[in-house]
Design a protein around this ligand. Structure first.
Ligand code: FAD
Ligand code: NAD
Length: 471
């Protein structure tokens, strides 16, 4: 089969489908290519969505146990792993099926198969049944995403060593689980398995969990994780993995030298690498950097004028909402609109319990860059909502430019932080000052008041904490 299109989108994740849908909405003829039966990519099939479904269950299980403290005893939660797995799969199918419908409603041609470039304006798509389609295009948007990294000793090909995709399938609930990597995936999936009953040990190479996030935010989640996990070992790496009976024998290297331990299963979560080995890329001028990310300009155009690239393929942060935003910029550029990717605040949310979220400038970054900032913090112990939810452990902080009083960064650790951070994004993107935030009436009693009250802390007049202004 030979066909031609205006915009060919390769990869059906949040970058790819957002691009395809907007291009169609702007009146372009669009073909979207992915191997899955429906759009969705990593995010829907083996990333954001299945992990959030499992994290929801983990939270319910934990709260059911904690309810005893409030005078309600549901008994010990009984786990039906098969039902849990199928509920998660049903949620994913519902979402990806919905995207399939949205795709056909918009008149997007969906080709199920694997694409390879055959030049700057053409591609070949091979389907699983052996069919091959040739596709000519005016523009292509590459959105092929990323895959789990398993460097050096972590690359043991064994059904006992899982990556995130395997862990999300819940092959079993192992008695003991080693999580290698204390980043997003390690902490999210580690929390899931801990709530389901595994004894979880987390090893993290650096001196703290979630490198990149401010330490005061991480401290909030680290305390609770410390209780949920068997152990959290910092400045520790894995130097060897060897199959051992039905488990894995692991050599850990930490501050005090090497030690050996046996775990039933190991989850490797040490980062992801871009899928930039798209066949035929060398037939174009598309360039890659030393880490394999495709190099793009502010409009997400590669060195090949007809080809754009978005999402995990083009660099950090590897987040779905960053991919979708870039996708919309690329499509607008193709449509000839004035558009550029220059966000002041990309939110990051770690969906542990409690959640950790931040956007804009972090305090750590400000200090590293020698920028003069003031930090205003509101402790959740002073929030009526947090206390009545029995979740007083939390903090909301603003990173403020002292002279202009502009809000440059927002960080939140506490239950529901992922929802709350959106207000911080709006404040930063709108150039809001601490006064703007202070003067906005927030509903009572809600956790959102902690944003308003941290702005009040900046002026030394928060109603619920006594912290006179120093300067
Ligand atoms: P992807 O979603 O990776 O999609 C790329 C698609 O392209 C895939 O379907 C792939 O099969 C396809 N493809 C690759 N090569 C070809 C080819 N040659 N031809 C055709 N198709 C091809 N981000 C968040 O923002 N929030 C979260 O809560 C979150 N949770 C996550 C949890 C996990 C466990 C993981 C692994 C990731 C999570 N992420 C989360 C990250 C998020 O999934 C990615 O940032 C996002 O999916 C990137 O979107 P993308 O469009 O760039 O690529
Ligand atoms: P990550 O970069 O978030 O964390 C990897 C962690 O592993 C880091 O803390 C790193 O220091 C550590 N590490 C690296 N090598 C190690 C080693 N040999 N031994 C011990 N520790 C080691 O990566 P991830 O958790 O694999 O997630 C990949 C990406 O997927 C994330 O960066 C994020 O962009 C995305 N993601 C996002 C979400 C979300 O938005 N909630 C959830 C999951 C994944």
């Amino acid at each position: 089969m030979t066909s031609s299109t205006q915009v060919a989108v390769i990869g059906g994740g949040p970058g790819g489908y957002a691009a395809a849908f907007l291009a169609a909405d702007l009146g372009m003829r669009v073909t979207l290519v992915d191997e899955a039966p429906n759009p969705g990519g990593v995010c829907l099939y083996r990333g954001c969505m299945p992990s959030k479904a499992l994290l929801h269950v983990a939270k319910v299980v934990t709260e059911a146990r904690e309810a005893r403290h409030w005078g309600v005893d549901f008994g010990e939660p009984a786990l039906d792993v098969d039902r849990l797995r199928s509920w998660k799969d049903e949620s994913v199918a519902r979402l990806t099926g919905g995207l399939g419908q949205l795709s056909s409603q918009r008149g997007v041609t969906y080709l199920q198969g694997r694409a390879e470039l055959t030049g700057p304006t053409s591609a070949r798509v091979s389907s699983a049944d052996g069919g091959v389609a040739t596709l000519g295009f005016e523009h292509a948007i590459l959105a092929t995403g990323s895959r789990p990294a398993a460097p050096g000793p972590l690359a043991l090909d064994s059904d006992r060593v899982w990556d995130s995709t395997r862990a999300l399938e819940i092959p079993s609930v192992p008695e003991s689980l080693l999580v290698v990597g204390g980043g997003y995936i390690g902490l999210e999936l580690g929390s899931v398995y801990a709530a389901l009953g595994s004894k979880v040990t987390v090893v993290e190479m650096t001196a703290g969990l979630l490198p990149g996030a401010d330490r005061d935010l991480v401290a909030v989640v680290a305390r609770r994780l410390g209780r949920a996990c068997e152990a959290v070992l910092l400045e520790t790496t894995v130097t060897a993995l060897v199959e051992d009976g039905d488990g894995v024998s692991v050599t850990l290297k930490g501050r005090d030298g090497e030690s050996a331990q046996r775990f039933d299963r190991v989850l490797v979560a040490v980062g992801r690498v871009p899928n930039s080995d798209v066949p035929g890329l060398d037939l174009t001028a598309v360039g890659r950097d030393s880490r394999g990310f495709v190099v793009v300009d502010g409009q997400r155009r590669t060195a090949e004028p007809t080809i754009f690239a978005v999402g995990d393929l083009v660099g950090e942060p590897m987040l779905a909402h960053k991919a979708s935003h870039e996708a919309r910029i690329a499509v607008e550029a193709i449509a000839g609109h004035k558009a550029v990717f220059e966000p002041a605040a990309i939110p990051a949310v770690v969906f542990t319990d409690p959640e950790v979220a931040w956007c804009g400038l972090t305090e750590t970054q400000a200090r590293a860059e020698g920028r003069a900032v003031e930090v205003a913090k509101f402790p959740w112990g002073a929030s009526g909502r947090a206390v009545t939810l029995d979740r007083p452990a939390g903090v909301t902080k603003l990173v403020i430019e002292p002279e202009s009083e502009r809000i440059l960064g927002v960080g939140i650790a506490g239950t529901g932080a992922g929802e709350l951070i959106a207000e911080g994004v709006v404040a930063i993107e709108m150039g809001a000052t601490a006064s703007d935030l202070r003067l906005c009436i927030h509903p009572h009693p809600t956790l959102s008041e902690t944003l308003m009250e941290s702005a009040e802390v900046f002026f030394g007049r928060s109603t619920h904490v006594y912290r006179p202004r120093k300067r």
